[in-house]
Design a protein around this ligand. Sequence first.
Ligand SMILES: O=C(O)CCC(=O)C(=O)O
Ligand SMILES: [Fe+2]
Length: 222
Amino acid sequence: MIICIDNILNSEELKLIHSKLTNSEFRDGKETAGWYAKEVKNNLQLPSNELTEEMRSIVMQALQRNRLFQAAVRPKIIRPIIFSRYEPGMYYGYHTDNALMGNQVLTRSDISLTLFLSSPSSYVGGELMIDTSLGEQVFKLEAGSMIVYPSSTLHQVTTVTKGTRFAAISWVQSIIRDPGEREILFDLETAREALFQKHGITPEFDLICKTHANLLRKWADI
Ligand SMILES: O=C(O)CCC(=O)C(=O)O
Ligand SMILES: [Fe+2]
């Protein structure tokens, strides 16, 4: 399931992050790439420091409050957010994300996310291209919007040829490991909310709530 979620950040948060990003010193992104991803990774990233932590906490709060993200992803662990920058000539060629991340505590990457931080009209290229069963799909979202997609896919960031592309990226271990089960729960959640909006609490609504809760109980990996 690939989902684009608009307005993860509001305009004040976006402005604040932007001003911090433009005052930050970036480093070579190869430092955090797996041994073979290094071969195709050509971008810049922020090291961990106080300023990065402030931006991380703004993004984490935004993820916590977003109901669509919570319902679609069901996060158990969210890896520390990475802020990246692509200048003209930079790209991240086709790769797959590491399945297991972290040192002491291992996180399984089920879902990858990219929160776009630059207006799409401010740079040329820099699309996120995902190899799906329907072919290559290309995404370049508004600043403040985010895409979540399976970490199991091959994907790339195409070369930026003009302007600067800022983004925040991370990986999530979901409470629901199986993508098919996650989608069933997401559909049920969507359906019960729509049913509630239309008719309020009814016996049918109660049955969907019961099924939703029982499937969650059955499949949750906590
Ligand atoms: O910046 C993006 O949209 C994705 C970056 C990416 O694929 C990665 O860092 O693994
Ligand atoms: Fe990636």
